[in-house]
Design a protein around this ligand. Sequence first.
Ligand code: FAD
Length: 464
Amino acid sequence: MAMLDALIDGLGPAVSTDPADLEAARTDRSGWTTPERPLAVVRARSTADVQAVLRLATAHRTPVVPRGSGTGLAGGAVASEGSVVLDLSGMDRVLAVDVDDETAVVEPGVITDALAEHLRPLGLWWPPDPASRAISSVGGNIATNAGGLLCAKYGVTRQSVLALAVVLADGGLVRLGGATVKDVTGYDLTGLMIGSEGTLGVVVEATLRLRRLDPHPPVTLAATFDSVVQAAAAAAAITATGLRPAALEIMDAASCAAVDALVAAGEGPEGDLPSLAGRGAFLLVRTDGAGAEAEAATAVRLIEAEGGNVSRAPDERAGEALLALRRSAHAAFARLGEVLIEDVAVPRSALPQMFAAIEGIAARHGLPIPTIAHAGDGNLHPNVVIPASMPHAPGEIPEAVWAVGDEVFRAALALGGALTGEHGVGVLKRRWLADAVGEDVLALSRRVKAAFDPLGVLNPGKAI
Ligand SMILES: Cc1cc2nc3c(=O)[nH]c(=O)nc-3n(C[C@H](O)[C@H](O)[C@H](O)COP(=O)(O)OP(=O)(O)OC[C@H]3O[C@@H](n4cnc5c(N)ncnc54)[C@H](O)[C@@H]3O)c2cc1C
């Protein structure tokens, strides 16, 4: 209780012990709920608030769990026993935008889409575009090194951050990186912080690297195939020619059916959309920039060579509707029941083999695994649908589903792939981490963690 008293003493109304707040902090969007209970939730309004929490946490040896919007899919922002959940969503201001230098300085809680709205009238945009962009925070994007539809061409979050202000475990504030495009001074601690899932420090301010909005209209293609392996082969052929589409997305047959049902129920995006009923796979290609037309023409040729039936969106609005169709996949899966949204990456050339492996795993286990992929960077999301008939406590992921996950992860690793392409390790993937990176690298990571956080107060039990 000494910690709670000290928190209330120091931070007053920012501290909540409301059972509803404590309950909400026990889960994220992964569908998993921890049995552990936090001590309090603190809604930080300033860097000084964050520093005060970390100073007290160090003094009282209390774990602190940073939390942005709580849209994570790996349990990273989920409370641990007796922890203080540090809610950063109220620190949501865009502090400055420099149009000439193409930079923005923001607080961590700003919603990804809200930042886009702020930048659009200035002719600028920030590339990270997770499908959760309407609900995720920029701080969460940074802490998970988020990706999205456009990162095959424009990079993941790490490529779009120049500098960070970070509160360390002892409450100290450090500024990492700078406002210049080039800066090789010292170790790249900014890069280390990005993707560290709240285990090394709390991001309280970020200087973001922006881009100009492109004056050329993009070209968007929609193709259907008899099988997902054909669609994956077309995507692999597109990237193998050196084309860099802004987006290259695949949905398999089960995903097409789910999205089609969503649209038919009037809950999907609107517009002139292709029917996905009975399709073996859907491939979306967007090309942009000065070479958009020529790149699209090459993509059409390669799609047709793999047996695809391709059409071109007649205008930008129709192109946006196609992107919205792809982004609606998560909502479509949610209608099927409880879903474990998985995330692996493979070398792009191995996409057809990975899709085939997932089809085999689904058949062997008798579980539907509708799968979508950011094919441009080899990142797949197999979505394991948990049948209502499978016994499990609410918020718990049944072992039979983890057995499917285990096979999916091992198949990706066997193809030279990664355990997670963009969602992070959090709690849920820790048991596979040593297999993915090796015991030696895991031990080194733990030494890095100890250098930043010797007492282990920052998000213990997560990421490493
Ligand atoms: C429908 C849906 C679609 C999604 N699509 C994508 C996608 O396309 N690409 C993708 O990458 N992800 C996707 N996600 C996952 C998730 O939205 C991202 O990981 C997002 O970046 C998390 O942001 P958040 O603000 O919700 O972070 P949270 O969930 O609150 O936290 C995530 C992690 O970051 C840490 N953290 C948060 N803020 C800070 C901070 N300021 N300082 C230090 N650590 C911090 C937390 O401790 C935790 O470890 C999706 C999720 C959903 C529900």
